[in-house]
Design a protein around this ligand. Structure first.
Ligand SMILES: [Zn+2]
Length: 218
């Protein structure tokens, strides 16, 4: 069996991080630990943590380091993570979280922090071309060849742009990402744990680049 891996994945929204995380998780047979998914599940299931997190998020705040670290700590104690490893997605978001993570995984340390690099103007164009069916949620991409009105192939519903995919909103999210991430890039860069991988190109090509980088770090 192929060896496991212990990774953090960073990348702008629209960089293809979600797709690559799924592929890496299958390839290395390690869990894809997405803190966004975990928080949404906790809120949905109304766990104690979920109720606390929802209060914070409804007030427009970011869920605090303590909650996030507790959530990740609990997940990394499961057998799949202790035996095979982990792909962390959405965590750490702060240097305090990154330091705490080093403590949590002291016995099975990180192989590397992968930064999937796609230039801002490329992701901006990708996000602005996204469309979604209002009724069934199927995703589409504008090609310019659509017939108007644009109707969903699955259910016949109207295809539209998400409210939060306006240029202003996307630029705000990208600014926030850069603000949050640059200290982490520095943190993992200073001791050689950062691996920057070019994320532009066909997903198969990007996947090849990722695995050859990761295999070189283990
Ligand atoms: Zn539809």
């Amino acid at each position: 069996m192929i060896p496991g891996a212990r990774l953090i994945i960073l990348g702008r929204q629209g960089a293809g991080k979600g797709t690559q995380c799924v592929r890496l998780s299958r390839h290395y047979v390690v869990p894809h630990v997405s803190t966004g998914d975990m928080l949404r599940a906790a809120v949905r299931e109304k766990t104690e943590l979920g109720v606390t997190a929802k209060l914070v998020m409804d007030a427009g705040g970011l869920v605090g380091d303590d909650i996030m670290i507790g959530l990740v700590d609990e997940r990394l104690r499961h057998a799949d993570a202790t035996t095979r490893g982990y792909i962390l997605d959405g965590f750490p978001r702060t240097v305090a979280q990154a330091r705490a993570l080093d403590g949590l995984v002291e016995e099975r340390p990180l192989h590397c922090c992968v930064d999937l690099v796609v230039p801002r103007e490329v992701v901006l164009a990708r996000i602005l071309a996204r469309r979604v069916c209002r009724d069934c949620g199927t995703n589409y991409t504008v090609t310019g060849a659509e017939r108007q009105p644009w109707i969903c192939e699955v259910c016949g519903g109207d295809i539209m742009q998400r409210d939060d995919d306006t240029p202003d909103a996307v630029n705000r999210r990208l600014d926030l990402y850069e603000e949050q991430t640059s200290p982490l890039i520095e943190f993992y860069g200073q001791d050689g744990r950062l691996a920057q991988v070019d994320g532009v190109g066909h997903p198969d090509e990007v996947f090849q680049r990722l695995t050859s980088t990761i295999d070189g770090r283990r």
